[in-house]
Design a binder for this molecule. Structure first.
Ligand code: FAD
Length: 323
C-alpha cells in the first residue's frame, strides 16, 4: 500500500501543516511496511523541497512546470492522480487546507477512490478493514468511517497530528507531466492578500471577537492581543455581516472552520453555529461578561468580565511575559 502525500507550497515555502501531513503519511506507510512519496507542484527551491525528507519522504517528486506555477484545481488534481498511478500509491494524503479541500474530491474521482476528509487520527487497519476518524457535521461531532475502495484519499485536519522527524536523506527529482488543455477551464488570476496577516485557516492561535465588542472602533483590542500572541484574527457572523470585519474572518457553520491550538473568544455568546467552526480547537479561552453565556460550557478557561477591562490587562500580561 505505497503512500503519496501532496506537499502544498505557499509562495515557495511549506507550512507546518505540510510537515504534519508528511509525518502522518509516513506513519501510514510504516503501518503497511511500504514507501512514502511526496509530490510538490509549482516553483519550490531544491533546498526547501529536500526538507520533506526530514519527515520521512523516501522519494520527492518535483513538478516545476510554468503552466502549473499558480494553483489550478483541476490541473493539480490531474498531476497528483497521475503521480499516484505511476508510483502505484493506493493511499493519497492531502492537507485539509482550502486548496486541499478542493483537490481531494477531484483526485478521488480520477482514482475511483474513497475519500475521508478532515481526519484527525491515524487510520486503524484490522482484518483488511481501513477505518479513519474524522470530523463531521461542521466539526460538531466525530465520525469513524471505513474506506472500502482499493484507492483511498485522506485529508488531514491541520494541528491534529504531531510533526515527527524521520530523516531519509532523499533528494528531489523532476516529475514531468504534460497538462491537458481541458484542465485549465478555470485559472487563478490573482490572490488578494492582506499584507503581513497570519492566514486564519492555518493559524495556531486565533483571537476572535463578537458583538460584545460593540463596534469596529474597538477592534484594536483583538488586533493588539493577536499581534502580541502571533495570532490570526477572526470574528462571529454578525460582526462580518455588519461590516465591522471582512467576511473572510467569519468563523462558524457558514464561515471558516479553524482548528488552532488556542482559540480566544472575546464577547462572543457561543451559539451552536459559531461553535461548529471552532470545536476542533485544542484549548478554548472565553472572555464574556455574562457568566451564563453558552460559550463557557465548551471553554477550557473562562474569564467572566468586561472585555474592555480584561483584554488590555491580558495584552499587558503577554507583553510582560515576553519581556
Ligand atoms: P451575540 O449573540 O450578540 O453575543 C454577544 C456576546 O458578547 C454576549 O454573550 C454578551 O454577553 C457578550 N458581551 C457583551 N458585552 C460584553 C463586554 N463588554 N465584554 C465581554 N462580553 C460582552 N454565527 C457565527 O458566528 N458563525 C456562523 O457561521 C453562523 N452561521 C449561522 C447560520 C445560520 C443558519 C444561523 C441561523 C445563524 C448563524 N450564526 C452564525 C449566528 C449565530 O446564531 C449567532 O447569532 C452569532 O454567532 C452571535 O454572534 P455574537 O456571539 O458575536 O453576538
Amino acid at each position: 500500500m505505497p503512500v503519496l502525500v501532496y506537499a502544498e507550497n505557499t509562495e515557495g515555502k511549506f507550512k507546518k501543516s505540510v510537515f504534519e501531513a508528511v509525518s502522518y503519511a509516513r506513519a501510514i506507510a510504516d503501518q503497511n511496511n511500504t514507501s512514502l512519496t511526496a509530490i510538490s507542484i509549482g516553483n519550490v527551491d531544491a533546498g526547501i523541497l529536500n526538507e520533506l525528507a526530514k519527515y520521512g519522504a523516501d522519494k520527492i517528486l518535483n513538478v516545476a512546470n510554468d503552466q502549473l506555477k499558480n494553483f489550478v484545481n483541476q490541473a493539480y488534481a490531474s498531476v497528483i492522480a497521475s503521480a499516484a498511478k505511476s508510483e502505484g500509491s493506493d493511499v493519497v494524503v492531502i492537507s485539509n487546507s482550502f486548496s486541499g479541500r478542493g483537490l481531494a474530491p477531484r483526485v478521488a474521482v480520477k482514482l475511483e477512490a474513497g475519500l475521508a476528509d478532515g481526519t484527525v487520527a491515524l487510520p486503524e487497519q484490522n482484518n483488511g478493514k481501513f477505518t479513519v476518524k474524522k470530523t463531521a457535521f461542521s466539526g460538531k461531532a466525530f465520525a469513524t468511517i471505513e474506506l472500502t475502495s482499493a484507492n483511498k484519499i485522506i485529508t488531514l485536519t491541520p494541528n491534529s497530528y504531531q510533526v515527527t522527524e524521520k530523516p531519509t536523506g532523499a533528494t528531489a527529482q523532476d516529475f514531468s507531466v504534460e497538462p491537458k488543455e481541458s484542465d485549465f477551464r478555470a485559472v487563478l488570476k490573482e490572490i488578494a492578500k492582506a499584507a503581513g496577516k497570519i492566514s486564519l485557516p492555518d493559524a495556531e492561535i486565533v483571537v476572535s471577537g463578537g458583538r460584545g465588542l460593540k463596534g469596529p472602533e474597538n477592534w484594536h483590542l483583538v488586533e493588539d492581543l493577536a499581534t502580541e500572541l502571533g495570532a490570526a484574527t477572526a470574528c462571529s457572523k454578525p460582526v462580518s455581516d455588519a461590516g465591522w470585519r471582512p467576511h473572510e474572518e467569519h468563523v462558524g457553520q457558514t464561515g471558516i472552520a479553524v482548528s488552532p491550538n488556542l482559540y480566544i473568544a472575546i464577547g462572543i455568546s457561543g451559539a451552536i453555529q459559531h461553535l461548529a467552526g471552532i470545536s476542533s480547537s485544542k484549548v478554548i479561552v472565553v472572555i464574556n461578561k455574562d457568566a451564563e453565556a453558552p460559550f463557557f460550557k465548551v471553554a477550557d478557561y473562562g474569564i467572566v468580565g468586561d472585555a474592555f477591562d480584561v483584554v488590555p490587562k491580558l495584552i499587558e500580561a503577554v507583553k510582560a511575559f515576553k519581556a
